[in-house]
Design a protein around this ligand. Sequence first.
Ligand SMILES: O=C(O)CCC(=O)C(=O)O
Ligand SMILES: [Fe+2]
Length: 336
Amino acid sequence: MSRSERSADDIAAASAISLAELPLIDFAPFLSGDAAARRRVAAEIAHACEEIGFFYLAGHGVPQATVDGIFGQADAFFSRDKADRRTAMATPDWYRGWIPAPEAQPLSRNTRMFEQYRLQHEWPANPRDMQHADIFDKPNRWPDDMPAFKQASEDYLAAMLTFSRELLRAFALGLGVAEDRFDDCFHQPASQLSMNYYPQLPMDAHDEVSNMVAHTDEGPFTVLAQQDVGGLEVKRRDGVWIQAPPVRGAFTINVGDMMMWWSNGRFLSNYHRVRNRDGARRFSVPYFANPDREVVVAPLPELLASAEPKYKPVRVADHLARFYSTLSKNPHDIYN
Ligand SMILES: O=C(O)CCC(=O)C(=O)O
Ligand SMILES: [Fe+2]
């Protein structure tokens, strides 16, 4: 799994952002424009996916109130006493809810200094994949006495479902395949939502210490909402780390492993990490878009006219189950 692959230059300091490197793209013309406008936006997205695998997206149509709503609830949940957070703790056989950080750990390049609250879409049981029912068919877990938390999470999940299906069409157009090429892969997507909470790194922590170590994401793409505290860093192709701070009103979007496989390597699933040195608590909300769990992801045949496939076919359920079983056996080591 790519989360465990690290190289020595992961610890180099990150330099400041340049929008030329992480472009800010306006999605509004894709949502409401004609075919030419849609192609133009898709081409901008494809360019960013080839160069660095990350971009900012404004004009995405998700109301700011929906984003603010989930951040408000994340703040409320992670501000609760540990005993209250613990009532919603994820367990290996029901892997939804709160995932704590390790209690005590030395500050090193393997430090994991963040907490999560993990949720999924709730779909009817999938008869084509009973094998993984435990992982995918359980309901979400909710904290006691926080009805607004459930409401804000469900609103956000619904908004992400609609938005991610649109974005998928832009990826398809950008790849030069039919715009609806992926539609059939996202009927009951095995996507995951996480609320992440990152305490500040101690001021005296060595440069090599991060909250979340360098990794790539497993699915096709991730839609990340950042609030106002930065800390996300992205690795450029030349190995230099650059900062990807929050841009108000825009999502930070990145290509994950499965989109890299579909595109036969044209789109880059890139390394990123989190280091919160901003002097404040940090919250982020990544939505990991995943296909239906019985989908087999392989380089698209349309893209192989004159190229050999660089990746083997992988079944979504098997790939995610491998990842989640590592998580649930060893929840403290998620990103190590
Ligand atoms: O919090 C962030 O900025 C990034 C989170 C992330 O990379 C992840 O959860 O996989
Ligand atoms: Fe990530």
